[in-house]
Design a protein around this ligand. Structure first.
Ligand SMILES: [Zn+2]
Length: 318
């Protein structure tokens, strides 16, 4: 297959990832993963220019672009209407960003994009029901139920990161308190460790390195996150009775440090019938899931199309 590449762009809280995606989920060109610049439209235009130029040089055609954003989209306007932790993106019109020769054909929430990527070509492939939990700077989530991405009345379904687990817990950018995200994100792991050691920690990957070298507090930081994530997953499983839970995002690279506790906690707390029926697995596409899902996101019912207020397309596996 040589034609019909789609540019996928995954805008994160602190990073931007992009690549060209074939209909079979493969990415024939480079995969870009860079810090997010203050002038995002200009940054995206430059990334698109480089990727599309390399495709043209190879005789490949790029037919459109999909953008994933770390927030919710107003289904009427297509503007970013909620972005806890990435408030600078509020009001952004992703579909209006000039990417040169290709149109932005659809925009989708980043966790939904990652789940769509995992659903089509990764760890949730073939499932009729799935929960995606993406743990990074925050905790994003998405739900597939009955073979369709769950939308919700305002496009916000699946936000497992904002399940309130500790009503008196730390405040969350969403306005709540003690959300799962505040207890078990990569940010929370790094913060918990830094508070107890007095060390300045740049992120969860540093804590993971310390944990693997035998640092007990670092190991405990991940164990706590695993237990909180398992509690959140148990809550979701009792509601969804999903076939598979896919755990992705940057912290999934430390699955060896929290995966078994997450799974054990979820199985202990969820109703036996839901827990036993469910596979809990790390994501398969890694950092690429959001880019693949953004490119394929035109199929997602939450995608906001450029020319229409909303695009509903039933997604079926071939
Ligand atoms: Zn929250």
């Amino acid at each position: 297959m040589t034609a019909g590449l789609t540019l996928g762009v995954d805008i994160g809280g602190t990073s931007v990832r992009a690549g060209l995606v074939r209909a079979d989920g493969e990415m024939p060109g480079p995969f870009l993963d860079v810090p997010r610049a203050p002038d995002l439209p200009r940054q995206l235009a430059a990334m698109a220019d480089g990727l599309i130029g390399s495709a043209s040089a190879a005789g490949l055609r790029v037919t459109g672009a999909g953008i994933a954003v770390p927030g919710s989209l107003d289904p009427r306007t297509g503007l970013v209407s909620s972005a806890p932790g990435a408030e600078d993106l509020l009001g952004l019109d992703p579909a209006g960003i000039d990417l040169g020769p290709v149109d932005v054909t659809h925009v989708v929430n980043d966790a939904d994009a990652a789940l769509v990527g995992e659903w089509w070509y990764g760890a949730a492939r073939g499932a009729r029901s799935a929960l995606g939990v993406f743990v990074g700077t925050g905790v994003g989530g998405g739900v597939i139920a009955g073979g369709e991405l769950l939308v919700g009345s305002t496009g916000m379904a699946g936000e497992i990161g904002h399940i309130p687990l500790l009503p008196d817990g730390p405040p969350c950018p969403c306005g709540g308190h003690g959300c799962l995200q505040q207890l078990a994100s990569g940010t929370a792991v790094a913060r918990w460790y830094a508070e107890r050691t007095g060390e300045s920690v740049r992120g969860a990957s540093e804590v993971a390195a310390a944990a693997r070298e035998g640092d007990r507090l670092a190991q405990e930081a991940f164990a706590r996150a695993g237990q909180w994530l398992g509690t959140g997953v148990a809550t979701a499983l009792n509601l969804l009775n999903a076939e598979v839970v896919v755990v992705g995002g940057g912290m999934a690279a430390a699955w060896d440090l929290f995966g078994s506790l997450l799974t054990r906690t979820a199985r202990r707390l969820a109703m036996p019938g839901t827990a036993s029926a469910c596979r809990i697995v790390p994501a398969a596409l890694g950092r690429r899931a959001g880019v693949v899902g953004a490119a394929l996101g035109r199929h997602a019912p939450t995608a906001v199309a450029r020319a229409q207020p909303r695009q509903f397309v039933t997604l079926e596996h071939s």
